[in-house]
Design a protein around this ligand. Structure first.
Ligand SMILES: C[S@@+](CC[C@H](N)C(=O)[O-])C[C@H]1O[C@@H](n2cnc3c(N)ncnc32)[C@H](O)[C@@H]1O
Length: 242
């Protein structure tokens, strides 16, 4: 029997948020996290959300689509979004926001200069754009927040994004916890990833958590969806009514 209580979100801190480390260490963690993202098909749900908006003609015409990625880390999600947009001839203006200054440095280093992206170092709650971006996205970010901060983040996204927002995070469940703990050791992942991966799963969500958080943030039910994605991702999408 597991000693971990999967019935509620854990509060165990992650090394990534608490250990003061040098650039090489943090960059190594982000590189391995991007490897995990590729292996676990982490980009699919976010790209499917963008496809859905494109199919329903919700993307702006005659100007660049503005997207903010919160907790952008190594920037691999925004590079995927840029590739998606390039394939469809969609003009984009991308911004990655991350609290840790090493993230912007690592993301900048990994991003070709022609990708239309700006990397900024700041707490998301201090970000007050002059004009509202079309979309706010995040991946593996929301589980870093406690419930009170999450409600604040939902309200912030609702006020900030003019078209909608997309949260891509993990489903709290014992199976991925066990599999990830074993697999990350077997693939000799960075020590932060080996430690924080299973903790992230215990800090993450079940669908009922999201329903309660959405209600607390007074997010309208119409246009809001909670969807499970293989393997063990739980995503919340919002498209504002026209
Ligand atoms: C697990 S990483 C996810 C990185 C990337 N999105 C991915 O999917 O691989 C979470 C990131 O959120 C950032 N972060 C945590 N709290 C934040 C805050 N309040 N504002 C902005 N970024 C934050 C951390 O510095 C970290 O880079």
């Amino acid at each position: 029997m597991s000693a971990i209580d999967f019935s509620r979100r854990a509060t165990t801190p992650e090394l990534m948020d608490t250990e003061d480390c040098d650039f090489a260490t943090f960059r190594g963690c982000l590189v391995d996290l991007a490897r995990v993202n590729r292996l676990t098909l982490a980009y699919r749900s976010t790209i499917a959300y963008l496809d859905r908006l494109e199919r329903s003609a919700r993307l702006p015409k005659g100007r660049a689509l503005e997207i903010i990625d919160v907790g952008s880390g190594y920037g691999d999600m925004l590079r995927r979004v840029a590739a998606w947009a390039a394939r469809r001839n969609i003009q984009v203006q991308l911004t990655g926001i991350d609290l840790n200054p090493w993230s912007a440095e690592a993301a900048r280093e990994a991003t070709p200069v022609e990708v239309p992206v700006v990397w900024r170092t700041m707490d998301v709650f201090d970000f007050r754009p002059d004009t509202r971006p079309d979309l706010v996205i995040s991946s593996l970010f929301t589980h870093h927040l406690d419930d009170a901060a999450l409600v604040r983040f939902l309200v912030w996204m609702e006020e900030t994004a003019s078209i909608g927002w997309f949260v891509n995070d993990l489903h709290r469940h014992e199976l991925p916890y066990r599999v990830f703990a074993t697999a990350s050791r077997a693939m000799r992942a960075h020590r932060f990833v080996q430690n924080d991966g299973p903790i992230s799963i215990t800090r993450s969500f079940v669908a009922e958590d999201w329903r309660a958080l959405l209600t607390a943030a007074r997010i309208p039910a119409k246009g809001t969806r909670v969807d499970w994605w293989m393997p063990f991702r739980l995503c919340v999408s919002r498209v504002r009514e026209l």
